[in-house]
Design a protein around this ligand. Structure first.
Ligand SMILES: CC(C)(COP(=O)(O)OP(=O)(O)OC[C@H]1O[C@@H](n2cnc3c(N)ncnc32)[C@H](O)[C@@H]1OP(=O)(O)O)[C@@H](O)C(=O)NCCC(=O)NCCS
Length: 188
């Protein structure tokens, strides 16, 4: 299976052990994980995270695919995006993404999310992709809407974050919807 991808400004490749230092540059920042149950990470937590990602990538059947996002221009790792097969029988997967704050607002989140969706529908042959998003995470909601996901609703107080229970919005896109967008030239 080919797990290397390329978009206009990014290379997407599997995470390697020595990526942890660049991953830690953003995973150690509280602004990055304000809507996440984890972090800000210690070095040890980031090292263990990378180890776990690599271990999970060797499982058979494999359900977790995490991609480092390499800015072509600088050759720097500027974030990561992920797809997890959540239900093999019903061909459903979940996507997620993180960008280093120095690179926010440049369209990288959207560019990476489009590629991981393409991977889910083509390489993994999934039927439905979804993402969860904190109602206050306006940047993430915008990324999801821009790439064609539709908001299905809000799960009430479903996640315990550092400051208490949080709602979570669910967004999804079906393969037939993605096909339509792609044929119009909006996704690939
Ligand atoms: C969410 C995140 C990935 C967005 O990345 P990004 O590279 O800045 O996103 P983009 O540049 O592609 O922005 C897409 C749109 O969202 C808007 N946007 C981005 N951040 C925003 C914010 N904080 N508030 C409002 N709008 C925002 C952009 O202006 C852009 O809209 P436009 O095309 O109309 O100008 C990034 O903020 C991040 O890594 N956050 C922390 C991790 C996280 O929350 N991940 C998502 C949970 S899975």
């Amino acid at each position: 299976m080919n797990t290397q991808m390329e978009s206009e400004r990014l290379l997407l490749r599997e995470i390697k052990n020595n990526d942890w230092k660049e991953i830690h540059l953003y995973a150690s920042q509280s602004i990055v994980c304000q809507y996440q149950p984890w972090g800000p990470n210690t070095e040890e937590e980031t090292i263990n995270f990378v180890k776990q990602v690599i271990e999970d990538s060797k499982l058979n059947p494999r359900s977790r695919y995490m991609f480092a996002l390499i800015e072509k221009e600088s050759n720097r790792l500027i974030g990561a995006c992920e797809i997890n097969v959540r239900d093999i029988e019903n061909q459903s997967g979940e996507i997620g993404y993180i960008i280093h704050p120095d690179y926010w607002g440049k369209g990288y989140g959207t560019e990476a999310a489009k590629k991981v969706i393409q991977f889910g529908f083509t390489t993994l042959q999934l039927h439905r992709l979804y993402a969860t998003c904190d109602p206050q995470n306006l940047g993430s909601a915008k990324v999801l809407e821009k790439i064609g996901l539709i908001k299905e609703g809000t799960l009430r107080e479903v996640i315990m974050l550092k400051d208490g229970w949080r709602d979570s919005c669910i967004y999804s896109i079906l393969k037939k919807e993605w096909n339509e967008i792609s044929h119009k030239g909006g996704q690939k």
